[in-house]
Ligand binder design. Structure first.
Ligand SMILES: CC(C)(COP(=O)(O)OP(=O)(O)OC[C@H]1O[C@@H](n2cnc3c(N)ncnc32)[C@H](O)[C@@H]1OP(=O)(O)O)[C@@H](O)C(=O)NCCC(=O)NCCS
Length: 169
């Protein structure tokens, strides 16, 4: 099916729709609460929605990640697409648009904890390539994309997500 949806930044009117899509996409409403908590804390730095016929059908959030208390980029989480709109490239467009957003904001890295088979096609590689670990023991699922690869990497260690993520510790 051709894309009849648009990707744009969230606005206040989208918040209920985002909550509904995210809550329905995961086993519990924890991820939906995470999005709300990030927003309230001012840490939902990038929040994009996929909208079709005026309805939110997908969402992606990005929040700052730190290494040794220095912000080194953005953490992609969560991404969700309502069940009946899946396999049409909605999440792919959200990921691509979000990563481009990070690039324009001059963030060095985007990190994600997710299935490598899905994220590799966007350029994500195991974060261990840069010497990064995550705080959750994600192993190969912890991936990163380097948005300024011409500069030599200058960090290694444990990447930490925004405080709202402590609900998953
Ligand atoms: C994962 C999710 C966001 C994908 O949304 P989507 O709009 O269907 O994704 P796209 O259409 O852009 O891409 C689908 C492709 O990704 C692949 N894919 C999706 N989830 C995958 C997974 N867990 N493992 C491997 N491949 C996966 C599909 O097989 C499909 O590949 P194909 O096009 O070659 O057949 C959606 O299934 C979802 O909301 N799932 C529940 C929430 C979730 O798990 N979020 C991700 C973790 S934060």
């Amino acid at each position: 099916m051709s894309s009849s949806f648009e990707i744009r930044s969230e606005c206040a009117e989208d918040i209920l729709g985002i909550r509904a899509v995210v809550a329905a996409s995961f086993p519990t409403d924890a991820e939906a609460r995470l999005v709300d908590t990030l927003r309230t804390a001012g840490d939902l730095s990038i929040s994009l929605v996929a909208v079709e016929a005026g309805r939110v059908i997908g969402h992606i959030g990005f929040s700052p990640v730190t290494l040794n208390a220095t912000v080194i980029g953005m953490g992609l989480a969560p991404v969700a697409v309502e069940e009946r709109s899946r396999r049409r490239g909605v999440a792919s467009r959200l990921v691509q648009a979000g990563v481009e957003h990070c690039r324009h904001l001059n963030h060095r890295y985007v990190v994600v904890l997710g299935v490598p088979a899905f994220y590799a096609k966007f350029g994500f590689r195991p974060a261990s390539v840069w010497g990064f670990r995550d705080e959750y023991g994600g192993g190969e699922a912890f991936q990163a994309i380097d948005l300024a690869p011409q500069e030599p990497p200058s960090w290694c260690g444990t990447v930490r997500y925004a405080p709202a993520f402590s609900m998953f510790s």
